[in-house]
Write a protein that binds this ligand. Structure first.
Ligand code: NCD
Ligand code: ZN
Ligand code: ZN
Length: 346
């Protein structure tokens, strides 16, 4: 069986930098025409100048002949000025601003500590129509790790919506029925991205036969009930679209006493979504989710090229090169049901 769809885009992606960037970029560029590139480098991408330089490094790292456009983001800090937001909009290559609560996830130390500090930047984004991308988790130490997204949705989103009703929001990597409900019932300014792992796995995967550091990401996998709600939203709702959150970390940083959060899905990203949609009989909605709703929300043209997937099983390698290290991809050593039909080997 074959499935042809408009070439998809990835609306949430970590590409890292340097040798790591060169290792992971080809897998994404092979499948996607564009990707929203996260700014959580060290140091973070907080200015238009830094975003331009990072964009140049990404373009320079592309394999020969690849046609791929990185859509850049700025990392919101307590000190981001309204003028930087205006410059971002004027740049034409910065498409959004990323909010990390300080301490929530990988390289979020420079994130926002207090919403009051970022009000001028948010007002400028509202004015210029630049979306705010949210890592939506409450970081208070007394909030249960499985409740962090729900508490963020309940505590933080209502005042944000009230104070900046025209601000376009993307709730990134949604993991709960609570987040899905919020987005479904909000107006057209609010959207969400959904990862392959949150559509394919519930939290049992973290403990399948033993503790599995490569299934550890943030927000952490949730109960089956939530996964079912995410599948429903992704397959039916116009404001839920593809964002892999592919987040590579070297093997040794995950297989250790205190391992990093992040799942690397890029080598089978669209194939994994095809599996998830197929499992609920919704393959006919994959193109909408992967190739149409994202550009529609961001106000960008839909892609015109196509890709073809073939139902032909292959085995994901146990590890792949990552700069001078290695990296364990999602579903390492396991069978992937769909194959990208582009003449290249997996
Ligand atoms: C991401 C990373 O490693 O950069 N990790 C993750 O678990 N998702 C950061 C993020 O998206 O929160
Ligand atoms: Zn995040
Ligand atoms: Zn991410």
């Amino acid at each position: 069986m074959r499935l042809t769809l408009t070439r998809p885009d990835d609306w949430h992606l970590h590409l890292r930098d340097g040798a790591a960037l060169a290792s992971v970029l080809p897998a994404t560029a092979r499948r996607f025409a564009r990707a929203v590139v996260m700014p959580n480098l060290k140091p973070p991408v907080t200015t238009v100048a830094a975003a331009r330089a990072y964009r140049d490094r990404i373009l320079a790292a592309l394999p020969r002949g690849a046609v791929f456009t990185p859509l850049m983001t700025l990392y919101l800090t307590d000190r981001t000025e309204a003028a930087e937001i205006a410059a971002a909009k004027a740049s034409g290559f910065v498409h959004a601003v990323k909010f990390y609560p300080a301490g929530a996830t990988t390289n979020s130390e420079n994130g926002v500590t207090d919403w009051r500090h970022v009000r001028p930047a948010l007002a400028a984004m509202e004015q210029h129509g630049l979306p705010l991308l949210l890592h939506g988790e409450a970081t208070d130490a007394d909030v249960d790790v499985f409740d962090r997204e729900r508490v963020f949705v309940e505590r933080t989103l209502p005042p944000l919506r009230r104070d900046f009703p025209g601000l376009r929001l993307v709730l990134e990597h949604v993991t709960t029925a609570d987040a899905a409900d919020f987005v479904r019932t909000a107006d057209a300014n609010v959207a969400a991205t959904v990862t392959p792992q949150h559509l394919l796995w519930n939290r049992n995967e973290l403990f399948r036969g033993g503790v599995r550091p490569h299934a550890w990401c943030l927000p952490v996998l949730k109960r089956e009930r939530h996964r079912q709600e995410l599948l429903k939203a992704a397959t039916t709702h116009p404001r839920f679209f593809l964002g892999t959150d592919s987040a590579p970390h070297p093997r040794h940083s995950k297989e250790t006493t205190c391992g990093c959060a992040g799942i690397y899905s890029a080598p089978a990203a669209i194939e994994l979504y095809a599996e998830a949609f197929e499992a609920v009989g919704a393959l006919d909605r994959l193109e909408e989710f992967a190739s149409q709703r994202g550009p529609d929300f961001y106000g960008l043209p839909r892609n015109t090229q196509q890709i073809t997937l073939r139902q032909q099983p292959w085995t994901m390698p146990a590890e792949v090169p990552f700069g001078e290290h290695t990296l364990v991809p999602m579903r390492a050593g396991e069978v992937i049901r769909w194959r990208l039909d582009d003449g290249q080997q997996n």
